[in-house]
Write a protein that binds this ligand. Structure first.
Ligand SMILES: NC(=O)c1ccc[n+]([C@@H]2O[C@H](COP(=O)([O-])OP(=O)(O)OC[C@H]3O[C@@H](n4cnc5c(N)ncnc54)[C@H](O)[C@@H]3O)[C@@H](O)[C@H]2O)c1
Length: 251
């Protein structure tokens, strides 16, 4: 029997990057997966490429859209065992010069989004004894220049993970987070030039020095699949660091 045999999984922001890898690995482990993204065309293409169960697209910041997508996914899957809150955005800006609109926007996607998704999913997860995996970041554990608002959103997501885990423990629902370092996706491609000008160092050298190599979306999907599975039935409230040692070192 495969690790996620028959598990019904909804992954936000799964048209590309880490979300797509989570969907692909979950499917390979026997899960039934619904793809969801604000980029509808890319989500449809990913769903077809992976031969996933279907799509239920939404903008995670919009409560009506979230509720409708979640109900659509439950309709397709016949219930829900796992919610993966993966959709997220980055902003590279010093805090002191960041616009208030961009600060509000990153909190809307990275914090309000998982909050709305969690509220919509919990009744179904209580019914199935399911679980939630939140894609946070090492940026929620330590500071980084240019990523002030991003770091704050990921710290908030880690804290929401912990509180939801404790609040939902009596109902049998587990809630965990993963905290990746830099991984090879379009998000890091967008951040690369800003980091190079801020650190005056080639990005590849920075990554090699701090975390050995760039992570892959599959490195992260491996651990997400474990947390989503029944192999992790005593794991809740955790924030798993996946960073090649980035946060382990002081130098
Ligand atoms: N790549 C990294 O190095 C890294 C490291 C740590 C954490 N993360 C986190 O992993 C998650 C996935 O990041 P990625 O690197 O794959 O990024 P990505 O930009 O490659 O993909 C993100 C996906 O989320 C979707 N999305 C954005 N806003 C949305 C919204 N409002 N509603 C629904 N979908 C939306 C995008 O369309 C895109 O398909 C994010 O939460 C990110 O913060 C990434």
């Amino acid at each position: 029997m495969s690790e996620l045999d028959g598990k019904r999984i909804f992954v936000t922001g799964s048209a590309r990057g880490i979300g797509r890898a989570i969907a692909a690995q979950a499917l390979a482990r026997g899960a039934r997966v619904v793809i969801s993204d604000v980029d509808v065309d890319a989500a449809e293409a990913t769903c077809a490429a992976l031969d996933a169960e279907g799509t239920a697209n939404c903008d995670v910041t919009d409560e009506g859209s979230v509720q409708a997508a979640l109900e659509q996914a439950v309709g397709i899957l016949g219930g829900l065992d796992v919610l993966v809150n993966n959709a997220g955005i980055e902003v590279a800006s010093p805090l002191a010069t960041q616009s208030t609109e961009s600060f509000d926007r990153i909190f809307a996607v990275n914090v309000r989004g998982p909050f709305l998704m969690t509220k919509a999913a919990v009744p179904h997860l209580v019914e199935s004894g399911g679980n939630i995996v939140n894609i946070a970041s090492v940026a929620g554990l330590g500071g980084s220049p240019l990523l002030g608002s991003y770091c704050a959103t990921k710290a908030a997501l880690i804290q929401m993970t912990r509180v939801a885990a404790v609040e939902l423990r009596p109902s049998g629902v587990r809630v965990n987070a993963v905290c990746p370092g830099f991984a090879d996706t379009s998000m890091v491609d967008r951040l690369r030039p800003d980091f190079e000008s801020a650190t005056q160092m080639p990005f590849g050298d920075l990554v090699a020095a701090k975390q050995g190599r760039l992570g892959t979306a599959d490195d992260i999907a491996e651990v997400v699949c474990f947390l989503a599975s029944d192999r992790a039935t005593w794991v809740t409230g955790s924030a798993y660091v996946l960073d090649g040692g980035l946060t382990a070192s002081l130098v």
